[in-house]
Design a protein around this ligand. Structure first.
Ligand SMILES: [Cu+2]
Length: 158
């Protein structure tokens, strides 16, 4: 009699103990789950953007001669046509282009060459004369025009 009561009490305690443990561990698992989810999501987002912009893309800017908005279209189109170029922006006032490109696919000189092929002088390549002759009259820029890049005229580019 004594024995059976003891055993009964023990069983009840055991059951309560178990369910407390289960609830507790579920709460812990849920808390860990939420925390790690948050952290992983945040880290993943930060890493992807930084890696893709810093490791994969190279930025260059160099002088390109030109006159107007039509020149801008031609110059940027030529630069964007180079495989690996992700963006090109020519500044009509500064006579300068900013280009972002994947340096595993192309290099700065290829971009100079592509722009030169469209008829425009860059700091490192002379514009193709035939293409220059085919440019609209307003785009026939002065070959002595100063290109940006610290405002210095490169005497060897004509
Ligand atoms: Cu023009």
């Amino acid at each position: 009699m004594n024995f059976s009561k003891k055993s009964h009490d023990h069983k009840n305690n055991h059951v309560i103990g178990m369910s407390k443990k289960v609830i507790l561990s579920m709460a812990v698992v849920a808390a860990i789950g939420f925390t790690s989810c948050k952290n992983e999501g945040k880290q993943a987002a930060e890493t992807t953007t930084e890696v893709s912009s810093e490791l994969a893309m190279t930025d260059v800017s160099f002088g390109v001669r030109g006159n107007c908005g039509m020149c801008k279209k031609t110059i940027e189109k030529a630069a964007n046509a180079v495989e690996g170029v992700s963006s090109a922006n020519w500044d009509v006032d500064k006579k300068k282009i900013d280009v972002s490109f994947d340096d595993t696919k192309t290099d700065a000189q290829e971009i100079h060459n592509a722009i030169a092929a469209s008829g425009y002088d860059t700091e490192k390549a002379t514009g193709n004369l035939e293409a220059y002759d085919n440019l609209p009259g307003c785009c026939k820029y002065d070959h002595d025009m100063m290109m940006n890049q610290s405002g210095e005229v490169k005497a060897d580019v004509h």
